[in-house]
Design a protein around this ligand. Structure first.
Ligand code: ADP
Length: 191
């Protein structure tokens, strides 16, 4: 099994690159943002609670996202590997993921961390908000709250994997294909 985390701040291109990576390397894409938006679309109680937090730019509680990931792992027993996108986002989520993967004897191989300047991030998010219909991309205040959550809670996840030498920083600016080439080379060298 080959398990990979695609890491980076909101707007760093995780979703776009994930689509290309899973197709080329035949991995199962687990995006907690997508899983949550699907719960919102189905108007489940979990989705309705999560939406309140997401619309303020806050993180959803660890238990909620860990539960969703745990179910998704169980639902994909024949996967060749998983690409985690937008998860883990806190140190507690990283620990929980390691415990879940230990049961499968399939640890995280690498965390690829997309590096994008803050100026470029805000520009991309505002642009995405014009077409995506995502209620958390529409104004700078919500975006600023997401960036703050990233800095105060999520950056620690990179420190967590750094202690196991699993973090590789990848330049996240340039064309979609250029960035994909860089990510693909890192993956290929570890398969
Ligand atoms: P982005 O990375 O561009 O902000 P996502 O789709 O990954 O977009 O996440 C959107 C929102 O969903 C986050 O701002 C947060 O509220 C919630 N969310 C997604 N993943 C997690 C997670 N692992 N832990 C807590 N909240 C999450």
């Amino acid at each position: 099994m080959f398990n990979l985390i695609l890491f980076g701040p909101p707007g760093s291109g995780k979703g776009t690159q994930s689509e290309k990576i899973i197709e080329k390397f035949n991995l199962v894409h687990l995006s907690t943002g997508d899983l949550l938006r699907s719960q919102i679309a189905q108007q489940t109680p979990l989705g309705l609670e999560a939406k309140k937090l997401m619309d303020k730019g806050h993180l959803v509680p660890d238990e909620v996202v860990v539960g969703m990931i745990s179910s998704a792992l169980d639902a994909n027993t024949s996967a060749k590997g998983f690409l985690f996108d937008g998860f883990p986002r806190t140190a507690a989520q990283a620990l929980a993921l390691d415990n879940l993967l230990e049961l499968k004897q399939a640890p995280i191989s690498v965390m690829l961390a997309l590096d994008v300047s803050e100026e470029e991030l805000v520009k991309r998010l505002i642009k995405r908000g014009e077409t995506s219909g995502r209620t958390d991309d529409v104004n700078e205040e919500i975006i600023a709250a997401r960036v703050l959550e990233y800095k105060t809670k999520t950056e620690a996840v990179a420190d967590y994997y750094r202690q196991y030498n699993k973090v590789v920083i990848v330049a996240g600016e340039g064309s979609v294909n250029e960035i994909f080439e860089r990510l693909g080379a890192e993956i290929e060298s570890r398969l």
